[in-house]
Design a protein around this ligand. Structure first.
Ligand code: UD1
Ligand code: MG
Length: 247
């Protein structure tokens, strides 16, 4: 079995940063934001890292070209998170092992939390482990739907949620540990049949469950470490937190 690999999503446009610089290259304490995500993935044992680039792809690739363990896959049109991960299929064609899927704009992710996702995936022989957090600030995030026994059922995006689902406080952080083969098997079945007409990565969880595979949702994260940076204000907040952590 291969050592864990990571796919890091960084193709999206970041209008709310109000900046020409690609979002994942914004510096935090002198390092591009995405460097912290690379650190966390490496700390969790990932030996191969595929960064999905799209918006300002050449600039992102140039800035990360000195990392020997980083490869790139181009997502020319942003058709959703599932479509983005699909772009790494060639890079991971020979990969037979776990795959972490992460976002490039979450610099507070801890390697230990990612290790926990991978541990659960391996120990339970799961096709997919969804990394979740509990928060009252669930606005805009995917909700984790469980059955009455607490078993995972599916992830519902806010835009597709019923009022009952929208009230759920357990959210999808966007960090997943997949069995690599199962991930690409499921991605082939994802269709853009939702209110955003996007290929949702989150649909893979339900697809695998319906295929009879083990899919778990693990509350491995605090909401703080999973927070994505979308604005200059959030960038400053994250810099403060990292400064305190290093002090
Ligand atoms: C996604 C999840 C949601 C989760 C949230 C956590 C889906 C469908 N929803 O929602 O459940 O709670 O993240 O933050 O996955 N990206 C690409 N290419 C694309 C689309 C996105 O590279 O075609 C990248 C973005 O740059 C970003 C990441 O993927 O880094 C997440 O995309 P975003 O559009 O922010 O997803 P959300 O709608 O926030
Ligand atoms: Mg987002």
């Amino acid at each position: 079995m291969s050592a864990p690999a990571a796919v890091i999503l960084a193709a999206g446009k970041s209008t709310r940063m109000k900046s020409e610089l690609p979002k994942v290259l914004h510096p935090i304490l002198g390092r591009p934001m995405i460097d912290y995500v690379l650190d966390a993935a490496r700390a969790a044992g990932c030996e191969k890292i595929v960064v999905i680039v799209g918006h300002k792809a050449e600039e992102v690739k140039a800035a990360l070209s000195h990392h020997p363990d980083v490869e790139f896959a181009l997502q020319a049109d942003q058709k959703g998170t599932g479509h983005a991960v699909m772009m790494s299929a060639d890079n991971l064609a020979e990969h037979d092992g776990p795959v972490l899927v992460l976002a490039g704009d979450t610099p507070l992710l801890k390697g230990s939390s990612l290790s926990r996702l991978l541990e659960v995936q391996q120990q339970q022989n799961a096709a997919c482990v969804v990394g979740t957090a509990i928060t009252e600030a669930n606005e805009g995030l995917g909700r984790i739907v469980r059955d009455t026994n607490g078993s995972f059922l599916r992830i519902v995006e806010q835009k597709d949620a019923t009022p009952e689902e929208a009230a759920i406080l357990e959210i999808n952080t966007g960090c997943f540990a997949f069995d690599g083969r199962q991930l690409f098997k499921a991605l082939n079945q994802v269709r853009p049949n939702n209110n955003q007409a996007e290929y949702y990565l989150t649909d893979c969880a339900e697809i695998l469950l319906k295929d009879g595979e083990t899919v778990l949702a693990e509350t491995a994260f605090t909401i703080q470490e999973a927070l994505g940076v979308n604005t200059q204000e959030q960038l400053a907040e994250v810099a403060d937190i990292l400064q305190q952590e290093t002090a």
